[in-house]
Design a protein around this ligand. Structure first.
Ligand SMILES: [Zn+2]
Length: 658
């Protein structure tokens, strides 16, 4: 395909994948991963940095899913799902990008979904009514009434802004990026959403939803040549186009900053509402992939497990109820780090700041326990090797991982490789026992680009915001003459009619649907061998797991009185987070981290297909490389037979966190 220039063709041994990287003559970039995973993934991503908090990127994501040139129905995706076997179908707006991924194991279905998505992003029906419906509009049903705002994203973001943790995360991000696109809310602030005009909205689509600003991703066992053919059908209509969508740099602070914000609380709440505190850093500008991995391991060692020193010291301080902040944040153009506490008394907020800085200083000077670093390193490597992405398709997780670099014009394949990084890090740790401590010093302690964001409860805030909104609406209404008010009543009614009008059956029929012949005739079954060991039933599943053994030990809890059922999760955590007769809980956590891929508990409450009494089980679950299975079973034994569940102070901490 001559319109695609092949830039790179490499084998990624870590993923057993062939990786091709192309640029189309329009500027569109394509990463094509070829492997034997039947759960095929396609995604198209546009770099969409907003310059204000009108939610323009988020509203456009909604609007794109409201019908297109080939599929002119109101909700093509809702219709599509009815006749699809997709394993993933969604869209996401990030602070700097908008992603449209899909996944399916059925080839016909995969191609159908790709066509509907490509038509949607390149040829959506962008009308004033779509902006009104998905973004915002004035609502007026009678000229005598007062105006109100309505719209899907407007309402969604009103809900989001009533969640203090989201508000804190938003302020934290804005605080360290006041100068670039990360200083505004890509989701949309309800105060600013009504500033968005239809002209801006249309231009945003024309500028950014162009192949020159698109990154397309394919993954799986489908025909790699066909990928180019499918894309060419859409890209062929376009010419190259200059798009300025790069995220600008953030000027570095000369000194740390403190910022204080209110959050809305319900005056009727029983307990005294508490404050949130978050410390945030913008890490150095020149971090390569090896150092990024080292920082992610450091992050896990410091806060990743209940026994991690920074997490444990903050919880043990009693200054707050639980941690806030995401630790290392690698989704933006530059790395950030955030840590803090929620449920803090108003008088203690700066004690939290002082404590975090003191703890980091102590760790840098006194050293992080080697067992903690080894456990973090083993866990990180295990996770990458296992590549267990839960309910998410593997290819989707890879796409998001790859975009952290690709979106910012860095090497898209770097995040896929990890063996060299781990080997380098192990060597550095062997040569320099203080390597991790040096990272704390350089990136956190010696770094002035830091903020402390405090969120304080304000019982009057919601009422104040409501009054402000009413005043703005009243001012708009006062400017309108009788004819305009009549027009607004008519527009409100017209939008309702449009929303209620059913789709034309002829248009609905344009959506692709799977036929019976497209389905596999055979159903896949999981192999099961049943045996009995000392009267305990044992089930064995012989599956390809990339050298990892999974062990589940189940306990039938039907003997438990019903009123105790809600406490099963806390009991499960107690088993693993209080230590055993021979080791403290920190030592136990380190042993789990260094020897296994994780040990955890999970409860199962379910009705039964045969109508018998409900199933109530507690599972102790674990995984390890096959050569460490003995160690995994020893840990299970120690936890079950010698676990301590008598640490009252630790129990109180866990109850507060739940
Ligand atoms: Zn939304």
């Amino acid at each position: 395909m001559q319109d695609f220039e092949l830039l790179r063709d490499e084998h990624i041994s870590e993923l057993n994948t062939q990786a091709l990287y192309y640029r189309h003559r329009t500027g569109c970039e394509l990463v094509s991963l070829i492997n034997d995973d039947e759960n095929k993934v396609f995604g198209i991503t546009f770099r969409t940095p907003p310059s204000d908090s009108t939610g323009i990127a988020h509203i456009l994501e909604h609007a794109v899913l409201c019908g297109s040139r080939k599929y002119p129905v109101k909700e093509p995706f809702v219709e599509l799902v009815k006749g699809s076997l997709n394993t993933f179908l969604n869209a996401f707006t990030y602070p700097d990008k908008t992603c449209y991924p899909i996944a399916s194991t059925n080839l016909r279905d995969f191609y159908n979904l790709i066509d509907v998505y490509l038509d949607a992003v390149f040829y959506p029906r962008i009308t004033p009514e779509v902006l009104q419906q998905e973004g915002w509009h004035y609502e007026l049903t009678d000229t005598a009434d007062s105006l109100s705002y309505s719209g899907v994203v407007f309402n969604e973001m009103k809900g989001a802004y009533s969640d203090p943790e989201r508000v804190l995360a938003e302020h934290a991000q804005h605080s360290i990026f006041p100068d670039n696109t990360y200083g505004v809310d890509s989701g949309g602030n309800p105060r600013h959403i009504p500033d968005l005009t239809f002209e801006q909205f249309k231009r945003f689509h024309a500028d950014y939803y162009h192949p020159a600003n698109a990154r397309v991703f394919f993954y799986g066992d489908d025909n790699p040549e066909q990928r180019l053919t499918l894309l060419e059908e859409y890209l062929g209509d376009y010419q190259p186009h200059a798009v300025d969508s790069a995220v600008g740099p953030q000027r570095r602070f000369a000194a740390p900053q403190r910022l204080d914000y209110p959050y809305a609380v319900d005056g009727a709440e029983g307990d005294e509402p508490k404050a949130f505190v978050a410390l945030n850093w913008l890490l150095a500008d020149d971090i390569d992939i090896d150092e990024r991995r080292a920082l992610q391991i450091l992050d896990y060692a410091l806060i990743g497990t209940p026994g991690s020193p920074l997490r444990k010291a903050l919880i043990d301080s009693g200054l707050g109820e639980d941690l806030t902040g995401s630790g290392i944040e690698a989704d933006l153009a530059q790395l950030c780090f955030g840590i803090g506490l929620k449920g803090v008394a108003a008088a203690d907020v700066y004690k939290v700041e002082a404590l975090v800085l003191q703890l980091l200083g102590d760790l840098a000077a006194g050293g992080i326990e080697r067992g903690m670093v080894d456990a973090a390193l083993h866990t990180a490597e295990f996770r990458l090797r296992e590549n267990n992405t839960g309910a998410y398709p593997r290819g989707l997780v890879l796409m998001l991982r790859l975009l952290t670099d690709w979106l910012h014009d860095r090497d898209p394949f770097a995040p896929l490789r990890f063996e060299a990084s781990f080997a380098a890090l192990k060597q550095q740790l062997a040569a320099d026992g203080r390597h991790m401590e040096g990272l704390i010093q350089r990136h956190l302690l010696d770094n002035a680009h830091r903020t402390t964001v405090v969120l304080r409860p304000d019982a009057d805030l919601a009422a104040r915001q409501e009054r402000e909104e009413e005043a703005r609406l009243a001012a708009v209404r006062a400017e309108m003459g009788p004819a305009e008010l009549d027009g607004l009543v008519a527009a409100t009614a017209a939008l309702k009619r449009l929303q209620e009008r059913p789709d034309d059956p002829a248009d609905l029929a344009k959506l692709p649907r799977l036929e019976l012949g497209d389905l596999e005739r055979e159903i896949k079954s999981i192999p099961i061998e049943a045996a009995q060991v000392a009267e305990v039933p044992v089930l064995h599943h012989d599956l390809f797991t990339n050298g990892i053994a999974y062990l589940d030990i189940g306990f039938d809890l039907r003997v438990l009185p019903q009123e105790l059922l809600p406490y099963i999760p806390l009991f499960g955590r107690s088993l693993l987070e209080m230590g055993t007769r021979r080791e403290s809980f920190v030592e136990l956590q380190q042993r789990i981290g260094a020897q296994t891929g994780g040990v955890w508990t999970q409860s199962l409450l379910s009705s039964r297909r045969d109508g018998g009494p409900a199933a109530t089980w507690l599972f102790l679950r674990g995984k390890a490389m096959v050569d460490r299975v003995d160690e995994l079973t020893r840990i299970a034994r120690d936890v079950l037979l010698e676990g301590r569940v008598d640490d009252r102070a630790r129990f109180l901490q866990m109850a507060l966190e739940e």
